[in-house]
Design a protein around this ligand. Structure first.
Ligand code: ADP
Ligand code: MG
Length: 558
């Protein structure tokens, strides 16, 4: 175990998120002794969300420690989710003795964890001998951060964790991997092809994804966009890469870009369901340039006319170098028309928000109208956001001004990343965090208030309680007195969960109370919890993606 702790320290690990038990309890102590901060959680999945968020924000693998069997499985969901999101993390799990597992003899917490994990993660390694530990750590580290980042599983067999060796024998086992995340330079002809296509475009657009935010090349992306003068559209977690109020932001013109752009340059963004997989509203004549580190991503949904495969730093640098000698043919009306549309849409949205400001009981928009100016004054706060309506309405309302300051449920649109992500973000950056969560989303992660308070993290957790999944007015079709499937707890006092662990807590029902509570909580730099009481009928099914929920009922659900 000492060898593993030391190998992790040597390779540069600074934090480990986990939940102790057989057979990894001593490992957590040894990791802590090495000076790696060990953050003990109440649920492995949330520790995994923290590790994944840590990886996303730092470009170093976040570490998750889990026990065998159920602990491993609980954590694995987060490791798989990280793989889908292209976040680098390593789940290190103890696993029970191999022989009884292989003979199916009913050993303690027996499960063939390695083979369970393998098809679902970017890479998996099983370590049987202590002498292989430093090598396995190096391989896992490389696999997590190089190429397309992802989740890696490191299976630490109990016998290996407990192996006793002579310290003098171990010296040759340690090594420092050379260049664990190598640059991947795009082919010059690929860059040339892309620049040529971009130059000929009349209505080009640049679409930024969370891969672009992850790459931490903010200045180069800004330079390319500003020097080219091309409008950009950020995907949700790329919001803030350039400020949402940037003059070239086409954030409010998503449909126009889809319908009218003739060349779209995807930068660290996949043409997946979040972009209608390139179909639907998209201009069928439009052409795509795609900058991505993964060659397999090309032609995934639409043919990519100009694939640029490489790491974004190298690819954007090459395109930036080619820009001065490239004559663009952008239609002079294109940017101004998008700006006019942006101004009109923003005005309309502001009026809509304003029209809800006095809603009583509060609605999502009334609450967000109160929160918006406070977050605009505190631009360096990282916003964590999940829910259905709470997710959509917050994303639409709250502007982002800085890169990697918005963390949400990402590619799989999952529920249950909130508090774990707050903890990972706070640990990785030392910044203040505000989470805006729906009451349903909060239910998946709420117990981690314990962790936030134990580590005294500057996190303010805001729960929008509309009493249910989507909303709190579901109807029980049997009329037998049971709550409807989507109905939760409209009369709950979630702030008491914060209070239970020592957070400052507020129950608010008006915009003025909400503003006061949020300002005080942020200023304190301590854990805070704000229960925002909404109307039970605020919100609609699945927020903006209700069309994905197949309809079977003749009866109205709410
Ligand atoms: P979004 O959901 O914001 O559209 P996605 O997660 O779909 O973003 O896409 C991110 C893309 O970025 C992935 O295809 C991934 O391979 C790519 N990517 C991640 N890191 C890098 C990097 N350093 N260089 C190039 N591409 C990267
Ligand atoms: Mg709800």
């Amino acid at each position: 175990m000492y060898i593993l702790a030391k190998a992790l320290k040597d390779i540069g690990a600074t934090h480990m998120y986990g939940l102790c038990g057989i057979p990894v309890t001593d490992l957590a102590y040894l990791v802590q002794e090495q000076g790696i901060r060990y953050v003990g959680f109440r649920f492995e999945q949330q520790a995994g969300m923290a590790a994944a968020t840590h990886g996303y924000l730092t470009k170093k693998p976040g570490l998750l420690l889990t026990v065998s069997s159920l602990g491993f499985l609980n954590g694995l969901t987060a490791t798989v989710n990280a793989t889908v999101n292209c976040y680098p993390m390593i789940q290190i799990s103890g696993s029970s003795a191999r022989a009884p597992v292989d003979l199916n003899q009913g050993g303690y917490e027996d499960l063939d964890q390695f083979n369970v994990a393998k098809p679902l993660v970017k890479a998996a390694f099983r370590v049987n001998h202590a002498c292989d530990i430093p090598l396995a750590v190096a391989r896992a580290w490389r696999a997590a951060i190089s190429g397309r980042p992802g989740g890696v599983y490191l299976d630490m067999v109990e016998s290996c964790l407990g192996e006793i060796v002579n310290a003098s024998d171990t010296k040759d086992w340690y090594f420092t991997p050379v260049d664990p995340c190598p640059a991947m330079i795009p082919a010059p002809e690929a860059v040339e092809r892309a620049m040529k296509l971009l130059a000929g475009a009349k209505k080009p657009a640049i679409l930024l994804g969370k891969g672009a935010a992850y790459a931490q090349i903010d200045e180069k992306i800004k330079a390319f966009i500003e020097k080219s003068g091309i409008p950009f559209f950020p995907m949700s977690m790329a919001k803030g890469l350039l400020p949402d109020d940037h003059p070239q932001s086409a954030l409010s013109c998503r449909s126009t870009i889809m319908e009218h752009a003739d060349v779209v340059m995807l930068v660290g963004a996949r043409l997946n369901w979040l972009l209608s997989r390139g179909h639907g509203k998209w201009n069928p004549e439009g052409k795509f340039i795609q900058l991505d580190i993964d060659p397999d991503e090309m032609d995934c949904n639409r043919p990519i006319a100009a694939p640029v495969v490489g790491d974004l730093d190298s690819s954007i640098s090459a395109m930036l170098a080619a820009l001065p000698s490239c004559k663009l043919h952008m239609d002079p009306d294109w940017m101004p028309s998008l700006q006019a549309e942006t101004a009109a849409k923003n005005k309309k949205f502001a009026e809509r928000l304003q029209s809800h400001a006095d809603d009583q009981p509060l609605t999502h928009f009334a609450a967000l109208d109160a929160i918006k100016p406070i977050l605009a004054e505190n631009k360096d706060i990282i916003l964590v956001n999940e829910g259905a309506n709470t997710l959509d309405d917050t994303r639409d309302t709250i502007d982002q001004f800085l890169p990697r300051h918005r963390i949400d449920c990402a590619t799989w649109a999952i529920m249950g990343m909130g508090l774990g992500s707050c903890i990972g973000a706070a640990m990785a950056t030392g910044k203040k965090i505000v989470a805006i969560l729906g009451d349903s989303a909060f239910g998946f992660t709420g117990m981690e208030m314990s962790t936030i308070c134990r580590f005294k993290l500057p996190c303010t957790i805001i729960v929008f309680n509309n009493g249910g999944i989507y909303n709190g007015v579901g109807v029980n079709l049997a009329h037998n007195g049971d709550p409807a499937p989507t109905t939760l707890d409209i009369d709950a006092h979630y702030e008491k969960i914060g209070e239970a662990f020592g957070a400052a807590a507020w129950y608010v029902t008006t915009p003025a109370e909400l503003k006061k509570a949020l300002s005080e909580s942020i200023a304190s730099g301590k854990p805070g919890f704000i229960h925002v009481q909404l109307a039970a009928n605020s919100g609609k099914e699945s927020g903006h993606i209700g069309y994905l929920n197949p309809e079977a009922l003749q009866h109205p659900k709410a």
